[in-house]
Structure formats: structure tokens, C-alpha cells
Ligand binder design. Structure first.
Ligand SMILES: CCCCC/C=C\C/C=C\CCCCCCCC(=O)SCCNC(=O)CCNC(=O)[C@H](O)C(C)(C)COP(=O)(O)OP(=O)(O)OC[C@H]1O[C@@H](n2cnc3c(N)ncnc32)[C@H](O)[C@@H]1OP(=O)(O)O
Ligand SMILES: CCCCCCCCCCCCCCCCCC(=O)OC[C@@H](O)COP(=O)(O)O
Length: 375
């Protein structure tokens, strides 16, 4: 292991990265709170400002993936569709198999200039997470409880608000509703069998209601569905801790653009369409496993330097006062203030570790497990 690799895997580096993320993130959350009065006077301006502020947070994740760990993301898509990416609103349907799929998603959003504005149908539990969850509140992210009786009205209302959104956005849907595990796969295939649907080898059975309600409510403002399949080379299953330790991975993403007008309007027809889409996704996945490629050519989608610039700027801004504070603490601080500071840093480290834990499949919810559909 070289010196740089050793440094990247050192806990001190992780603590510094965690401190920059939490301190800058909470500062951005505070700035977002300050935009509240603006919503009354100029809602569209408030939304634009919040997109820029959110970029300051989520692009740190991209910097971590692209620049710190050096992970490469290769895009397979039709070159004819490529110019449309980022220039129109799209619904992204992505397979939910990896702990860092959201980071790869963010990385592609960044390349196409829609990182600050991008949306997702996300479980309500994540709304309470400091920094990211609080940021999402100001981005008008759509939260769901994964209980259709309760979600139907709330999700519809949130989606309707996005119709006049001033920035182009991608709306991410993990239609499986939870991360892939062998047990959840077995159970969802039992459901597929009962419903007379063909089995899927690599995906959980998709939940169709969220997709249908999203398509119906965003018709007119969203132009296309982007069917996307993500995989990592060499059968790797990357983790956020691995990326934090500087481990380099190689992601391959397949994107297929499907015009929204080709999707049926009725609920049953739309559900059948989604089930067919997942069978096709399963075939693309199988092709990737067999050949190491997706259909179609590789298109160059270059990284931009802005996540790194943003990260460096925030690092200087929050590390300088920390340095000054530590020097004064050591030179003049009492034992009590040193102890209080150590306790505070330990608590912040635990919060950061807890946030990382949210990405870990082993700590995932019981949703989709037998007898615990909404667990
Ligand atoms: C590459 C480009 C990327 C771009 C990225 C863009 C943006 C990035 C932005 C942010 C990144 C951050 C990412 C954060 C990730 C976090 C994401 C999540 O939180 S995923 C969880 C939340 N999302 C979803 O659940 C979406 C899918 N779910 C639905 O659509 C659901 O229908 C619902 C609307 C949530 C309602 O939930 P409910 O449980 O009530 O579902 P259903 O009503 O559908 O369930 C009953 C239905 O399902 C059948 N059933 C029962 N058991 C199963 C099973 N195990 N598997 C499948 N189906 C099952 C049951 O028979 C019922 O069927 P029917 O509908 O026919 O009656
Ligand atoms: C330098 C910058 C550092 C950035 C590091 C960021 C550290 C903390 C990041 C935490 C961000 C978490 C936000 C996304 C969480 C993704 C978790 C997820 O994918 O949710 C799972 C749900 O789909 C379903 O849940 P389960 O039913 O599977 O349970």
C-alpha cells in the first residue's frame, strides 16, 4: 500500500472529512432556513437559491466518489439521446442493489448539471437525518411512508407542486422500494408467482403505485423516463466506508431514454408496462453479467471540477476556525473545556457513523420481508 492509500484509509482523514461534511452541511441547512421568508415574496427564486445551496452538500458526496476514491463511472447510452440529458425533466428508474447507488446517481446528475435540483421518492425515515434529510425538505423532495393508504394523497400533493419547478430535474424512483437481499428477492418472487408475473432473476418485484402516480402527476412537465441499470466491474459491491477509505471502483451505467407519451395512462396498464420494463432490465443485467457490457455504445460524459472546488472551499472555511479553536484550547483551555470538546467531537463522529450506517444494506429495514411488508 502506497503512502497516499495509507493516508486515505487513516481514521484522522475520515474524521476531517466527516467534520467538513457535518459543519458545512449544518451551515447550509441554516442558510436554507433563512430562505423561508423568500418563499412568500418570490417562490421561484427561493427554489433556485435552495438548488444552489443543496449543490454545496450533495456535491461533497460526488467529490468523495470521483476525486477522493477515484471511482470511474462509464455511461452506455444512445448518442442521439445524450444531448437531451440535463436539458429536460426526466423520471429515472434505477435498480436498487448497491449501497452507494445514490452516490453514482449524484455523480451523473452533476455531470449533466441537475445535481442541485434532483428529486427522489424517498422513505420518510430519511427526512429526519441531519444535513441530507433537512436539505431535502427545502428541495421539495417527495417523502413516502411505504403505506399506500397514507401515501396516496401526500405523494400526489408533493408531486403536483413540482409541475412548475423552475430548474430542470431528474426524479429518481427505486420501484423495488427497498434494497435487494436474497430473502426479499425470494419473497417478492412468491408474490410474482401469485400474480402470474414472470420471475425476475436480478431484481425485486417492482411496486407499481409510486411509478404510476409519479408519471400521471408529472405528465406535461416531465418528458421522458430514463431506464437505468447500474453495476460495478469485477462483481464488486462497494460500500460508503470503502469509498471513504479511498477504495477505487468502476461503475457501469446503462441509460435508455423512453418518451413519456409511450407510457399508458391507466393504472393497470401502467403497472403492466412497469413489470415489462423490469423484465427488460433483468435481461440487461444478465447480459452485463455474461459479457461485462450493456447493449449500445459508451458515451464520454466528462467529470467537472466543481465538486472538488466546492469541497476545497468549504474545507478552508470550516477547518480554519477549527484550527484556531484547537490552538486556543490547547494553550489556554481548562481541563473541563478540553473534556467538553472531546465529548462533542465523539458525539459528532457517532452521528457521522450513524449516517453512513443508513446506507448499509445489513442495517436496512424489514420492508419486503415476509410478514413485515411495512417494517
Ligand atoms: C443515473 C441517474 C440517477 C439520477 C439520480 C437522481 C436523483 C438523485 C437524488 C437523490 C439520491 C438519494 C437517494 C436516496 C435513496 C433512498 C430511496 C428510498 O428511500 S427507496 C424507498 C422509498 N421509495 C419507494 O418505495 C418507491 C417504490 N414504492 C412504491 O412505489 C409504493 O407503491 C409506494 C407508493 C411507496 C406505496 O408503498 P406500499 O408498500 O403501500 O406499496 P404497494 O401498495 O405498492 O404494496 C402493495 C402491493 O405490493 C404487492 N406486494 C406485497 N409484497 C410485495 C413484495 N415483497 N414485493 C413486491 N410487491 C409486493 C402487493 O401484492 C400489492 O400489490 P397490488 O398493488 O397489486 O395490490
Ligand atoms: C465529503 C463528503 C462526505 C459525504 C459523505 C456522506 C455521508 C453520509 C451520507 C448519508 C447519506 C444518506 C442518504 C442516502 C441514504 C441512502 C440509503 C438508501 O438507499 O435508502 C434505502 C431505501 O432506499 C430503502 O431502505 P431499506 O428498506 O432498504 O432499508
Amino acid at each position: 500500500m502506497g503512502l497516499v492509500e495509507l493516508l486515505k484509509s487513516h481514521i484522522l482523514c475520515h474524521l476531517i472529512i466527516g467534520y467538513v461534511f457535518l459543519a458545512s452541511g449544518l451551515l447550509v441547512n441554516l442558510l436554507q432556513l433563512c430562505t423561508l421568508p423568500l418563499w412568500w415574496f418570490n417562490k421561484q427564486l427561493a427554489r433556485t437559491v435552495n438548488c444552489r445551496l443543496a449543490y454545496c452538500i450533495s456535491s461533497q458526496g460526488v467529490a468523495l466518489l470521483d476525486w477522493w476514491s477515484g471511482t470511474k463511472c462509464t455511461l452506455y447510452t444512445d448518442p442521439k439521446d445524450y444531448p437531451m440529458y440535463g436539458k429536460e425533466n426526466g423520471i429515472v428508474v434505477l435498480n436498487h442493489n448497491f449501497e452507494v447507488d445514490f452516490l453514482c446517481g449524484w455523480s451523473f446528475c452533476e455531470r449533466f448539471g441537475v445535481l442541485g435540483s434532483s428529486k427522489v421518492l424517498v422513505k420518510k425515515e430519511l427526512a429526519y437525518m441531519p444535513v441530507i434529510g433537512w436539505m431535502w425538505y427545502f428541495l421539495e423532495i417527495v417523502f413516502c411512508k411505504r403505506k399506500w393508504e397514507e401515501d396516496r394523497i401526500a405523494v400526489t400533493q408533493s408531486l403536483k407542486k413540482l409541475r412548475d419547478y423552475p430548474e430542470n430535474f431528474w426524479f429518481l424512483l427505486f420501484c423495488e422500494g427497498t434494497r435487494f437481499t436474497a430473502q426479499k428477492h425470494q419473497i417478492s418472487m412468491e408474490v410474482a408467482e401469485k400474480k402470474g408475473l414472470p420471475k425476475l432473476k436480478h431484481h425485486l418485484l417492482p411496486r407499481t403505485k409510486g411509478f404510476w402516480v409519479t408519471v400521471q402527476n408529472l405528465r406535461g412537465s416531465v418528458v421522458a423516463v430514463y431506464d437505468t441499470v447500474l453495476n460495478f466491474r469485477n462483481n464488486e459491491t462497494p460500500t460508503l466506508l470503502g469509498i471513504l477509505s479511498g477504495k477505487k471502483y468502476h461503475a457501469d451505467l446503462y441509460v435508455r431514454r423512453i418518451p413519456l407519451e409511450s407510457i399508458p395512462e391507466g393504472e393497470a396498464e401502467c403497472a403492466a408496462w412497469l413489470h415489462k420494463l423490469y423484465q427488460e432490465k433483468d435481461n440487461f443485467q444478465e447480459e452485463y453479467i455474461q459479457t461485462g457490457r450493456y447493449p449500445g455504445p459508451i458515451v464520454n460524459s466528462p467529470q467537472r471540477p466543481w465538486p472538488l472546488v466546492n469541497w476545497l472551499c468549504w474545507s478552508v472555511l470550516v477547518l480554519y476556525p477549527l484550527g484556531v479553536f484547537l490552538v486556543s484550547l490547547v494553550s489556554t483551555g481548562s481541563t473541563l473545556s478540553i473534556l467538553v470538546s472531546v465529548a462533542f467531537c465523539s458525539a459528532a463522529s457517532l452521528v457521522f457513523r450513524w449516517m453512513i450506517g443508513q446506507t448499509e444494506i445489513s442495517k436496512g429495514s424489514g420492508y419486503g420481508n415476509k410478514g413485515n411488508n411495512n417494517g
